[in-house]
Design a protein. Structure first.
Lengths: 379, 112
């Protein structure tokens, strides 16, 4: 195998694929990056137990300056290889595989010789069926991920809840996550009618990694499945993740249907007030802020108190408020995560009682995005 | 005391401490198990009562509290407040650091 390539373009793809490579893997060959040179171009593969990333660098792309002199394949230890490529002196570089997987990397007058491994020993990536697939714009998909992964559990003792539950049925694409303390649910009607259907749980960590790879050019992301894998196609890059096994709990029943008190705020204003109150709640053992709502007087107050430091009280400016008087306490960090996910918009907060979860929705679209927070019991 | 004797006594004491520690750990595990089992049984009992009531539709609903909770829901609420999950998802396990659980609250307060 022998090829030459523009170093900058190569480094970019190398970085993408390296996201999947860990030096702490139990399968030694997976510390390597697999490179396959063919007439089509270079195919780079990186993989760990959870995700695999495969990227094609096309030979016919003039910006990349790729010349394949001899097709072939090799696995090179990712850590060394990346460091070497980044530090080479010239704009272009050449990789040549010699006898016994010895690989020479040259650029200008620098020449490295490193040990490679037989690419035939590298595990095969799963076959993925294109039958039930979803195509969404990169920006929409990135937003959906950022809105739901905040509610994913980080407790490995609850493996199912470390994922986001995706359901496609009747052209409605639903993503929901909960760590049992809060919940976030986003729903999107597919732009083009589809008869596809699926019900899967994708690890939150995979989605965070995927979202970093979705560029700002807003090109489409295609999602398709195999038995236990999901594949996301982003241009010439394929991102595979394992699926979580098991049944996701029924979360629809967690969302209260009625409300006894509702109040509307500008999300950034409420966020700023909660951030101020949490300055003190963070100094207290139980990290709680209290909201007191008096609809008759158009009044909402936020309060927090730390026995060691002091307390804070602020009168808020609700845009609209109706229903019964209520005093409710909650963890401000959940509230902050939820409010940040709304951005610049007006939100409606709906309460049922001081003991039951409350919900936040944007007023402009009250049915497709909902955040739920469980209050803290105070006695 | 001879040095050797001091060493021997230390060694002996160390063995005893380790033994006590092992006993302590065992007891703690056993206690947790008993508590969790107790919570599980109470929930199971609750489910059976619900089932019984469903089977005998004419049986009067247990008296309600001012908050509108039936007797059986009150038991679940009490268990929750004592620090146990009463939800199907984490059934009978301890609520770590008194974490709030949306699944439990749904079981306790859902509309009848
Ligand atoms: Zn629970």
């Amino acid at each position: 195998m022998k090829f030459s390539i523009n170093r900058a373009a190569f480094i970019k793809e190398l970085n993408n694929v390296s996201r999947a490579i860990s030096s702490k893997t139990t399968i030694p060959i997976l510390t390597g990056i697999k490179i396959v040179a063919s007439d089509a171009g270079l195919l780079l593969t990186g993989s760990n137990a959870d995700i695999s990333i495969e990227s094609l660098i096309r030979a016919d792309d003039p910006d990349i300056g790729l010349t394949i002199d001899e097709p072939g394949a090799i696995v090179l230890t990712a850590r060394f290889f990346s460091e070497i490529v980044k530090r080479l002196p010239e704009q272009t570089m050449t990789v040549t595989v010699k006898d016994a997987f010895q690989t020479e990397i040259t650029s200008g007058s620098a020449a490295f010789n490193i040990n490679g491994q037989d690419a035939n020993n590298y595990p095969h990536l799963p076959e993925v069926d294109a039958a039930d697939s979803v195509v969404l714009s990169g920006a929409v998909f990135k937003e959906l991920i950022s809105q739901t992964v905040i509610a994913v559990s980080n407790q490995e003792s609850r493996p199912i809840l470390t994922g986001v539950h995706f359901v496609l049925a009747d052209n409605q694409f639903l993503a929901v996550a909960t760590d049992s303390h809060r919940l976030s649910q986003r729903q999107i009607e597919l732009p083009t009618p589809s008869s596809a259907a699926f019900d899967v749980i994708i690890p939150g960590k995979s989605l965070t990694e995927l979202s970093r790879m979705i560029g700002d050019d807003d090109s489409d992301v295609k999602m398709q499945f195999s038995e236990n894998q999901v594949l996301f196609l982003l241009g010439d890059t394929s991102f595979y993740s394992r699926l979580l096994e098991g049944n996701y709990p029924d979360t629809s029943r967690l969302i209260p249907k009625d409300a006894s008190t509702t109040v509307e705020f500008e999300a950034p204003e409420l966020l700023a007030a909660v951030e101020r109150a949490s300055l003190l709640s963070h100094e207290s053992r139980n990290n709680v802020v209290k909201l007191t709502l008096t609809p008759a007087d158009n009044q909402v107050t936020i309060f927090s108190n730390s026995p060691d430091v002091g307390n804070v009280e602020e009168a808020l400016d609700p845009k609209e408020i109706t229903g019964d008087d209520l005093e409710i306490s909650f963890n401000p960090d959940y509230m902050k995560d939820a409010l940040r996910s709304f951005g610049q918009t007006t939100i409606r907060v709906a309460f049922t009682s001081a003991l039951r979860p409350f919900t936040l929705v944007p007023t402009e679209d009250t049915s497709n995005f909902i955040q739920l927070i469980t209050p803290v019991r105070t006695f | 005391m001879e040095k050797q004797e001091v060493y021997d006594q230390f060694k002996q004491l160390e063995g005893q401490i380790q033994e006590v520690l092992a006993q302590f750990t065992d007891l703690q595990a056993e206690m947790t198990q008993v508590f969790e089992q107790n919570a599980e049984l109470e929930i199971e009992n609750q489910h059976l009562r619900d089932l019984l009531r469903e089977l005998q539709r004419d049986l009067p609903e247990a008296p309600e509290t001012p908050q509108g909770l039936s007797k059986s829901r009150q038991i679940l609420e009490k268990l929750y407040e004592e620090g146990f999950h009463v939800c199907r998802e984490f059934y009978g396990t301890r609520r770590k650091q008194d974490e709030e659980c949306a699944f439990c609250l749904e079981v306790i307060y859902r509309d009848q």
